[in-house]
Design a protein around this ligand. Structure first.
Ligand code: PMP
Length: 305
């Protein structure tokens, strides 16, 4: 991560070091924040935010589930983000909006703590750096994703990531690049910060919303790109063993983009190299975000031509 110059902080652009909150803020004590991870890409046609509207729509939905309201509309958020990128002189960026509960009464009840907003933007490479090219080695985590009717998996909330942290620490300390988590019923769910796809006999399989997943925007993009390429996609319960029987497996997410998985629990996926369909999807995705060939209208250009 490369530090930026300015952060949008409660209505103003402040210097990077000045975006600070009180130690007793509700979000620090009780994890009461919702956030997004968005990328802006330097395309051949200029800098563009990838699916800005959909990301801020999801932010608004996460806020609604936690009874949080701000005066900004989705369009306001998009405009603020564009201004932030320009102010920071960023041609490509990882963008991190967070809406959280600030300093208020010391009680888990969040209703009486103020709601605050920050948006930061900075340079950040792929989550797995250069490993993204050759693929990563993962394990199935001993930690399950949270059960339905406990913590909403579809809300992108800061507190959710304690569950992710347990899985990530376990994976790294056991020598893996990342973990795959199962849901409470033992079906494949997702990574700690990524959705997952399997390829079997030319079709794509991915867990459904009932498997405690975040409704990933990259996941949705892949489903739509697969449609364009005439690759069938099934969203369904997937038993753990499908990971070992699959021809190809990959993670996807804003930070991870499309990251091939070449082994699960030290069992090679397919022949242990990056698969054909994964490559096709990566190429198509890169064509959109780097060359600006965007048949879906996903690119929100920062500056009009
Ligand atoms: N699942 C989890 C738990 C995540 O944190 C992320 C990253 N936001 C994803 C999936 C992928 O979502 P997206 O493609 O919208 O970044």
């Amino acid at each position: 991560m490369v530090e930026g110059k300015f952060i949008y902080f409660n209505g103003h652009f402040v210097e990077w070091d000045k975006a600070k909150i009180h130690i007793l803020s509700h979000v620090i004590q009780y994890g009461s924040g919702v956030f997004e991870g968005i990328r802006a890409y330097e395309t051949k046609l200029g800098t563009a935010i990838f699916r800005a509207y959909d990301h801020y729509k999801r932010l608004k939905e996460s806020m609604k589930m936690y009874r949080m309201e701000t005066s900004e509309t989705i369009e306001d958020y998009i405009n603020i983000t564009k201004e932030l990128l320009i102010k920071n002189g960023l041609k490509s960026a990882y963008i991190r909006p967070v809406v959280y509960r600030g300093f208020g009464p010391i009680s888990p009840n969040p209703l009486h703590a103020p709601i605050e907003t920050a948006i930061a933007a900075f340079e950040m490479p792929n989550l797995f750096n250069e490993k993204v090219e050759k693929g990563i080695n993962v394990c199935v985590s001993s930690y399950r994703r949270f059960a339905p009717d406990t913590i909403p998996a579809v809300a992108k909330a800061t507190g959710n990531y304690l569950n992710s942290q347990l899985a990530m620490m376990e994976a790294e300390l056991n020598g893996f690049d990342e973990a795959v988590m199962l849901d409470v019923y033992g079906y494949i769910s997702e990574g700690p910060g990524e959705n997952i796809f399997l390829v079997k006999d030319g079709a794509l399989y991915t867990p459904s919303l009932t498997n405690s997943i975040l409704k990933g925007i990259t996941r949705d993009s892949i489903i739509k790109i697969a449609g364009l390429l005439n690759i069938p996609v099934f969203e369904q319960n997937l038993p753990r063993e499908m990971l070992y029987a699959a021809d190809e497996v990959f993670f996807c997410g804003t930070a991870a983009e499309i990251t091939p998985i070449v082994s699960v629990d030290r069992i090679p996926v397919g022949d242990g190299s990056v698969g054909k369909i994964t490559r096709m999807l990566i190429e198509k995705f890169r064509e959109i975000v780097h060359e600006g060939k965007d048949p879906f209208g996903w690119l929100e250009f920062v500056e009009a031509e």
